[in-house]
Design a protein around this ligand. Structure first.
Ligand SMILES: Cc1cc2nc3c(=O)[nH]c(=O)nc-3n(C[C@H](O)[C@H](O)[C@H](O)COP(=O)(O)O)c2cc1C
Length: 169
């Protein structure tokens, strides 16, 4: 096993670099079934005085079904050399193929049986705190979102309380 639990106060991912360069996998489900997809959007910080991680999922995604059904989700930052994993998990749907098997990812389970991958540089286990749909009427700067929503649904925002962090030691 590569990943070890760490005190989240000492886990210091450079989030702006990580999500600009490495991308990450969002995974939800449990030991009986789970699904993963590439994400480019993620916010890490604090809310209600809790360490928090926010992800944004379009309703068309198969992963959305798992996000809805389960109380936990994980965000795994993979090393840069796993670019092909990011590409496959970001273009193919778990409805059609078993992405985890195809990418040869090693499943581990955290609190709440939340699935994450031992190949990650960093795995953040989250317990859902707050869920809200993003809506056009709430957009303030329309230039920033440009044409994101021409042909697909508005993202649902999931704020999770960070309950565990795993990192390579
Ligand atoms: C670099 C990259 C970043 C992505 N970021 C997101 C994201 O933040 N939210 C989202 O809903 N989809 C995102 N996607 C798209 C999903 O990863 C993609 O549609 C995936 O095939 C969904 O798989 P699923 O149907 O198994 O859930 C991204 C794709 C790529 C390539």
């Amino acid at each position: 096993m590569n990943l070890k639990p760490v005190d989240m106060k000492t886990a210091a991912p450079e989030v702006f670099r990580v999500f600009g360069e490495n991308y990450a996998l969002l995974t939800a489900g449990d030991k009986s079934a789970c699904n993963t997809m590439t994400i480019g959007w993620c916010g890490m910080g604090r809310v209600w005085n809790l360490p928090a991680c926010t992800v944004y999922v379009r309703p068309e995604r198969y992963t959305y079904e798992f996000m809805e059904k389960h109380d936990y989700f994980t965000v795994c930052v993979l090393p840069k050399d796993k670019k092909q994993v990011m590409a496959l998990c970001g273009t193919k749907s778990g409805r059609d193929i078993d992405k985890i098997k195809m990418c040869d990812l090693t499943l581990r389970y955290g609190e709440g049986d939340a699935p994450f991958f031992d190949e990650a540089e960093l795995a953040v286990v989250c317990r859902k705190l707050y869920v809200q749909d993003m809506k056009p009427e709430h957009v303030v700067n329309h230039e920033a979102i440009d044409n994101f929503y021409e042909d697909a649904g508005w993202h649902r925002m999931y704020v999770g309380q960070v309950v565990e962090v795993y990192q390579k030691k």
